[in-house]
Design a binder for this molecule. Structure first.
Ligand SMILES: [Zn+2]
Length: 400
């Protein structure tokens, strides 16, 4: 439900509501293909902060007790020696600095600023100093939106509605995904591995009491955009897409590449992240008009208003999955990564894409295509999803 409300809000948002000292004001937000921007001076003024112009197109932006150094056309905000990636570079327009809204809704609260972003109401508020001395709330839904729970209730969150987990087996049908070989030269097709792991994951999650929605349960091709739509329609709480990695043949020793990695949706930062996103987005060439509307595979928009709310959650889920997989996987952890995956764009909920191993490495191909390997991968991912949801419910008090 919240996912759909967010979708509507994100698509219509051309202003950002700001609340300071109970006073409600709105400033204009401008969305382009990269991000949603606001004029830094207007936002800072409304939030009781300060914007200072420094030499060489640099700015010092102070808000909620935290100062950021921002530079025109640089996609980072620097605060107290920490570098925060911006979803798009800051920019000067008609002599005014514009910054992605993400700086206020996501980065500033993470950096400790006394700001609170309510994605449900698309509302940003400044938290008074005395209230915020201990900690800035990190829950995505502020408790102000409902009756405050008693201390007992917050210790033992009341049982929430049954959580819905959407499991997406990558590729399928005429899109085989990557191809590899086991050491016995048995062909390994990504679409079979992903379905095998996904079906096991379904069983594991159901055993833990979750409702599971599968985007596919047979060898068929579902358009990338439809996978997210399925997730939204079924009011999913989590979206987990399963894939198999492939080494770049141009690497020095492509067959040696091993390991597992989990992605969340954000702009790719490294060449390797871009490679994986490109590989996984390429499936659109298998999709006909019957499957999906015409689109340019890389021309999609990462809608930061909607995705920002889930950035931290998705990152958290990805980290849990990496930790759990480390317990069962013979290969190394390649870490939590970020890239622009089309399959994740349409899912308005915490969403990750797991590359369960390299099909181009013989021993890993054998592991991920064996029934026992798939079972242990599924158990680990199910454990991680359960851990993540337990933490999430602690934070929001079992209510959403
Ligand atoms: Zn794939």
């Amino acid at each position: 439900m919240i996912a759909l409300a967010l979708l509507a809000a994100a698509l219509q948002a051309d202003s950002l509501r700001l609340v300071v000292g109970g006073r409600d004001s709105a400033i204009v937000a401008r969305a382009d293909a990269q991000a949603t921007f606001v004029a830094a001076d207007a936002a800072v003024a409304a939030l009781g902060g300060r914007l200072q112009r420094l030499p060489n197109h640099r700015y010092l932006l102070s808000v909620g007790g935290v100062a950021f150094e921002i530079t025109d056309r640089v996609p980072f905000a620097l605060s107290d020696g920490r570098l925060f990636p911006l979803i798009a570079p800051a920019r000067e327009r008609d002599g005014r600095l514009e910054v992605p809204v993400q700086l206020f809704t996501d980065i500033a609260p993470r950096a400790g600023a006394r700001l609170r972003w309510d994605p449900r109401r698309q509302r940003l508020s400044a938290v008074p100093e005395r209230v915020a001395t201990s900690a800035v709330p990190t829950a995505p839904v502020p408790s102000a939106t409902r009756a405050s729970p008693s201390p007992a209730a917050s210790r033992t969150p009341r049982s929430a509605r049954r959580r819905v987990i959407v499991v997406d087996a990558g590729h399928g049908g005429r899109d085989p995904g990557m191809r590899g070989w086991s050491p016995e030269r048995t062909p390994v097709r990504e679409k079979d591995v992903t379905l095998g792991v996904a079906l096991q994951l379904e069983e594991e999650l159901e055993r833990r009491g979750y409702a599971v929605i599968m985007t596919r349960r047979t060898d068929t091709l579902i358009a990338l955009d439809d996978r997210g739509r399925i997730a939204n329609r079924s009011k999913g709480d989590l979206f987990i897409s399963i894939h198999v990695n492939a080494a770049n043949p141009k690497w020095r020793d492509p067959q040696a590449a091993r390991g597992f990695e989990t992605y969340f949706l954000a702009e790719a930062k490294t060449e390797d992240e871009r490679r994986v996103a490109q590989m996984e987005n390429e499936v659109v060439r298998f999709e006909t008009d019957a499957d999906a509307p015409k689109h340019d595979p890389l021309g999609f928009i990462i809608n930061d208003m909607a995705q920002n709310e889930h950035l931290r959650e998705s990152n958290d889920l990805a980290a849990s999955i990496q930790t759990a997989l480390r317990r069962v996987h013979p290969g190394p952890s390649r870490g939590v990564k970020q890239a622009g995956f089309r399959v994740l764009v349409k899912a308005y909920m915490p969403a990750v894409l797991v590359e369960v191993g390299f099909g181009t490495n013989g021993s890993e191909a054998a592991f991920i295509s064996s029934a026992s390997g798939q079972r242990s991968l599924a158990v680990a991912i199910a454990d991680a999803a359960a851990e993540y949801l337990a933490r999430y419910e602690q934070r929001v008090g079992g209510d959403r």
